[in-house]
Design a protein around this ligand. Structure first.
Ligand SMILES: Cc1cc2nc3c(=O)[nH]c(=O)nc-3n(C[C@H](O)[C@H](O)[C@H](O)COP(=O)(O)OP(=O)(O)OC[C@H]3O[C@@H](n4cnc5c(N)ncnc54)[C@H](O)[C@@H]3O)c2cc1C
Length: 258
């Protein structure tokens, strides 16, 4: 079985994240970049299955600037057998639909039985990549899985929904996305880091994928305005002089919080 795990490189959530107010893009140089934690969890799902199921091949795939090679190597050090890195400057500022089309083309080229993504990235936060890919690849898509059980021909699991959960199953090939309920990812060990240096990384451009870069000159999603989050205000302090309950209720009503 071939499992392709999609990992995205994002600005480290523990550092300062800066938006370029002219382009609307994340300033990648402003903070350290890392593999998104949810992508690492997705990789952990695949690696855990591979350990108990001989004949499972785990491939990581990332569409990200060329500078992200270190993140791709980290995924290999964690245990993936090979990587596909789609790096093309024409993709700078690619929105979700363009990104999904490029990833779908790369997945078709690489081949897969199962594609695993995170349910939502920590920077773009679109949360729809898995659904878009299942549509473009014309395979079942199951999103927001809290658990994953893989057999030869199917993937099942508990799916998080508003106010509850549901049990789902889909035949393979399929695309799934997973939630943070799945276990933390392993750390790469020394042996893994050394092994990663020799593992194959295929670097692909749009031309390699048979996509005309000129098609990317017209943006489909247009940013009309962007602003930084306002700094946090110090908030309102209510001092209890016997009437704190009334003041609190008045505050909540005034701010339409009840
Ligand atoms: C040169 C270049 C510059 C880029 N600059 C930016 C940028 O400044 N800001 C930005 O947000 N994005 C950037 N991207 C990536 C791309 O635009 C986004 O990945 C895409 O819009 C997905 O949006 P999302 O994160 O909201 O998706 P979501 O639907 O929230 O992502 C869910 C899951 O889909 C998978 N996924 C999403 N995107 C990718 C990806 N690119 N590669 C592999 N797996 C993925 C992951 O598993 C992720 O957990 C850049 C890409 C390139 C090649």
């Amino acid at each position: 079985m071939k499992i392709v795990v999609l990992v995205k490189e994002v600005p480290d959530t523990y550092g300062d994240r800066v938006l370029n107010l002219e382009t609307g893009l994340a300033e990648r140089g402003a903070s350290e970049t890392v593999i998104d934690e949810i992508g690492e969890r997705a990789l952990e799902v695949a690696l855990t299955h591979a350990e108990s199921t001989p004949g499972t091949e785990v491939v990581v795939m990332s569409m990200t600037p060329e500078s992200a090679a270190t993140s791709v190597r980290k995924a290999l050090a964690m245990g993936a057998a090979s990587a596909v890195h789609i790096a093309d400057e024409a993709l700078r500022g690619a929105d979700l639909t363009l990104s999904a089309e490029v990833l779908a083309a790369a997945l078709t080229r690489t081949g897969f039985d199962l594609v695993i993504t995170g349910n939502q990235s920590t920077d773009g936060s679109g949360g729809v990549m898995a659904s878009m890919l299942s549509e473009l690849l014309d395979v079942p898509g199951v999103t927001s899985l809290n658990s994953v059980v893989l057999t030869d021909g199917a993937v099942s699991g508990e799916r998080a929904i508003d106010g509850g959960t549901m049990d789902t199953t889909a035949s393979l090939p399929a695309v799934i996305s997973i939630t943070e309920r799945l276990p933390d990812a392993r750390f790469p060990n020394f042996k893994g880091i050394m092994a990663a240096k020799k593992k194959p990384v295929e670097v692909l451009t749009l031309t390699d994928l048979g996509i005309n870069p000129d098609d990317f000159s017209v943006p489909r999603a247009i940013m009309t305005a962007i602003s930084e989050k306002p700094p946090r205000s110090s908030g309102t302090t209510i001092t209890d002089e016997g009437d704190a309950g009334e003041k609190l209720a008045a505050y909540l009503i005034e701010n339409r919080l009840v």
